[in-house]
Design a protein around this ligand. Structure first.
Ligand code: MG
Length: 159
């Protein structure tokens, strides 16, 4: 089989006193995401989708929250490692599609920057990286601004 598909999901809690980083881009906001690393939910969902496509487990396996080495880690560095793993197994990214679900702030002004940043790290074209943003219509924990979540699907193609 020369194509594989993977999906990823992540959610982090919104708290005061933390930076809001999505897709490697710092976004001005009164709240930020809490986590062992920089808590970049979008990047985490994409990494899990890449690993899932090859049945390689999840990011918790490679970068365990119990390991102080990953405290405050830049998720783009982790993404680069996951990409290296995928590439070393003879696969490349066909495309990524993703959705960030956040009630606030408005993410549309930052989507292009996120796309360019992720494409750069993954060494693919920005056209291969889809990022969408939506609200949760004020429903549930995301709607109450208790957290932000992200979904991602990745298609891998054999070299
Ligand atoms: Mg995470």
């Amino acid at each position: 089989m020369n194509i594989r598909i993977g999906n990823g999901y992540d959610i982090h809690r919104l708290v005061e006193g933390r930076a809001l980083i999505l897709g490697g881009v710092e976004i001005p906001h009164i709240l930020g995401l809490l986590g062992h690393s920089d808590a970049d939910v979008l990047t985490h969902a994409i990494m899990d989708a890449m690993l899932g496509a090859l049945s390689l487990g999840d990011i918790g396996h490679y970068f365990p929250p119990s390991d102080p080495q990953w405290a405050g880690a830049d998720s783009l560095v982790l993404l680069e490692q996951v990409n290296n793993l995928v590439r070393s197994q003879g696969w490349q990214i066909g495309n990524i599609d993703s959705t960030i679900v956040a009630e606030r702030p408005k993410l549309k002004p930052y989507l292009k920057q996120m796309r360019d940043r992720l494409a750069e790290i993954l060494a693919i074209k920005p056209e291969q990286v889809g990022i969408k943003a939506t609200t949760n219509e004020k429903l549930g924990p995301v709607g109450r601004e208790e957290g932000i979540c992200a979904y991602a699907v990745v298609l891998l193609i054999a070299d």
